[in-house]
Write a protein that binds this ligand. Structure first.
Ligand code: NAP
Length: 324
């Protein structure tokens, strides 16, 4: 096996690339394992959630905005300029009980590292209905990202449904009120989980409504969504509403499957648990950054900040262990 790397970064969103930039500039010769494209059923791409985002207007330094893919391309170029080695593959298993650590890649190779930064992000959850998945894959008006897709011409002037009762649902529903005739939030309880301010922002729109105590049990439409079959969670009664789009906003799942049996501590929701405000995990020498360890902020700028912290923490840790 080749020499162990000083640091391997797993993931290529803002956290992974920022960790790579800082590690490369610290002469740690980082390797970034960036993942390969897949479907979930929406695309999951190297570069992460920003690859599915159109305009990013809140990242400082881009006064005229920037598209998510352009931004990730710039991050990557900056990381490569300082010598980051890129591996286009997935890590499928981690052996954190071995020293140096061993990471198995999908192509069968194993790479070794003294320090690891986990920055694999999180992906949107789906209800899991057959027709929801079919239409989401086919571009049939079902999406898990209103901010990515809501402005598309197909959704304009139609009644659009948003499933979920949290801050994301409110944020997406509020965004959609700009394009839709009506935005119907479908929530399984009679009380929203979202913060009051986010609720008010949505409920204050003239074309906003909430369908309480309802779950979606089927999505109708051949090539394109036409209607939803709903079930009342209190009475069990079924009803149908016509819609021109469905947006699922029922939370995210962190990409931590590859950490199964690795010994890394996860939170109740499955996110990597950080020991302190730093990026250290429960395993000495393994750090985490970005959405995989952050259920709260989930912003490009916070992920990038966490990536910076993880690289600095890894550098200090390697120095303290005499490994650099
Ligand atoms: P969340 O807070 O976990 O809310 C998920 C919502 O989806 C809940 O209302 C939940 O219903 C519902 N839900 C879950 N599974 C469902 C299913 N299978 N069928 C139907 N409904 C389902 O997730 P989130 O809204 O994505 O927010 C995540 C975190 O990010 C939160 O801490 C939030 O505050 C933060 N955030 C902040 C902002 C902001 O401040 N600008 C924006 C977005 C997100 P129940 O309520 O019944 O459990």
């Amino acid at each position: 096996m080749a020499e162990p790397h000083k640091v391997v970064i797993i993931g290529s969103g803002p956290a992974g690339w920022t960790a790579s930039i800082y590690a490369a500039r610290a002469n740690l010769d980082p390797v970034c394992v960036i993942g390969v494209p897949k479907s979930n059923p929406a695309p999951v791409l190297p570069g992460g959630q920003l690859m599915l985002t159109t305009e990013v207007e809140n990242y400082p330094g881009f006064p005229d905005g920037v598209t998510g893919p352009d931004m990730m391309d710039k991050f990557r170029k900056q990381a490569e300029r300082f010598g980051t080695q890129v591996i286009e593959d997935d890590v499928v298993k981690c052996h954190f009980d071995r020293k140096p650590f061993e990471l198995e890649l999908a192509d069968g190779q194993t790479i070794q590292a003294h320090a690891v930064v986990i920055a694999t992000g999180a992906t949107a959850n789906w209800i899991g209905l057959d027709n929801e998945m079919r239409l989401a894959r086919a571009g049939g008006g079902v999406s898990a990202c209103a901010v990515c897709d809501g402005a598309l011409p197909n959704f304009r002037g139609k009644r659009l449904a948003v499933v979920g009762g949290g801050d994301t649902a409110m944020e997406e529903a509020t965004y959609l009120t700009k394009f839709a005739s009506t935005v119907s939030v479908i929530h399984r309880r009679d009380e929203l989980r979202a913060s009051k301010v986010m609720q008010q922002r949505f409920l204050g729109k003239p074309n906003a409504e909430v369908l309480w105590n309802k779950v979606v049990v089927d999505v109708k439409g051949d090539g394109y969504i036409e209607a939803l079959e709903l079930k009342d969670t209190q009475t069990g009664e079924h009803s149908t509403i016509e819609v021109g789009g469905l947006f699922i906003a029922i939370g995210h799942t962190p990409a931590t499957g590859f950490l199964k049996d690795s010994g890394i501590a996860l939170t109740q929701k499955g996110y990597v648990e950080l020991k302190t405000r730093h990026s250290a995990t429960n395993i000495d020498g393994v750090f985490a950054a970005g959405d995989v360890a952050d259920a709260e902020y989930r912003q490009a700028i916070t992920a990038a900040g966490m990536g910076c912290q993880a690289a600095l923490d890894a550098e200090r840790w390697l120095g303290a262990k005499g490994l650099v």
